[in-house]
Design a protein around this ligand. Sequence first.
Ligand code: CMC
Length: 377
Amino acid sequence: MTVCEYKPGLEGIPAAQSSISYVDGKQGILEYRGIRIEDLAEKSTFLETSYLLIWGELPTKAELEAFESEIRYHRRIKYRIRDMMKCFPETGHPMDALQASAAALGLFYSRRALDNPAYIRQAVVRLLAKIPTMVAAFQLMRKGNDPVRPRDDLDYAGNFLYMLNEREPDPLAARIFDVCLTLHAEHTMNASTFSARVTASTLTDPYAVVASAVGTLAGPLHGGANEEVITMLEEIGSVENVRPWLDNLPPKSKIMGFGHRVYKVKDPRATILQSLAEQLFEKFGHDKYYDIAVELEKAVEEKLGPKGIYPNVDFYSGLVYRKMAIPTDLFTPVFAIARVAGWLAHWKEQLGENRIFRPTQMYTGDRGAAYIPIDQR
Ligand code: CMC
């Protein structure tokens, strides 16, 4: 075995061979199974894209209808899960609630028939169907309300917005939300996907795989950044304050929603999300934080563009979600709803070629040290 150089954060080290998605960070290209993200955003739906990611090809009309109808059927959650969630503190972060609830699904569907295609399909369907219901249920229950039952006559995105806001969403808002889910569905070997694959490689159940990925997504350097972006825009407060705010940042500060390990240009998803935000503002009214965001993008590009620091997917997504009345601390759970598709695709791919992840380390500690009795320390 060749001895490799240590790379913090495993930068540039392939962790798997994968045919699920592709990123060209210099040209700003993202493809799912070879199809450009711009095409999928315009022409596909989240569930069709999920099918593509998980099963490797676009479904026929009949396959898609069957998939959608199975997911519709499994949207409800058991009353025991609802009762468990009712006991969660309302001050807890919804990502923690989601991680615990996703793990709890394993208590109900714990059989690990990983070599049975029917089991794999059922797990895929259950997770895609129930995660949005759990996110919406926690939101209503922490306000002291009963959760709303899913509506079979609404599509995936429309039903989620309905369960969250207790009213049928505007069709444009529902379509734009569906596009947001498509944009967030998959993104090569990011931290949460790596986490999902490591967990999958032990042959544990898929609910544990998703729960571990949700925990990883929650951090501010990963999915949690979308929430931090809105907090930052609120702190800046006005377009006039953008440049003074930026100039007064302590050296080496990370500006939320900017930078990426792979993209050295503007993330193509940020470009699409920005145009979705503009479409929403045209119909539902402007948001002053958008002007602050645009000015910040300009100022950061002037300052950090030469270092390859540009907006990432998390920069404009929060502005879209705000217009849909989605609370700020639900932005990352919404990211998770979408990314479940990618995690499941990687789970399935990992099972197909599985070898448990067991990397090595470079030991930097002492060897052969003497044990000092407690009264002599
Ligand atoms: N603001 C200012 N400088 C930055 C930023 C930023 N957001 N991101 C990177 N840099 C600088 C960094 O200071 C470093 O400079 P130097 O070489 O002078 O020390 C250089 O760029 C490389 O940064 P790094 O931290 O080594 O890069 P990384 O690949 O380890 O981290 C990242 C990538 C996304 C964690 C980082 O860019 C970051 O913390 N961004 C802010 C948080 C964020 O928006 N996260 C969302 C990521 S995309 C979607 C997702 O994964 O959910």
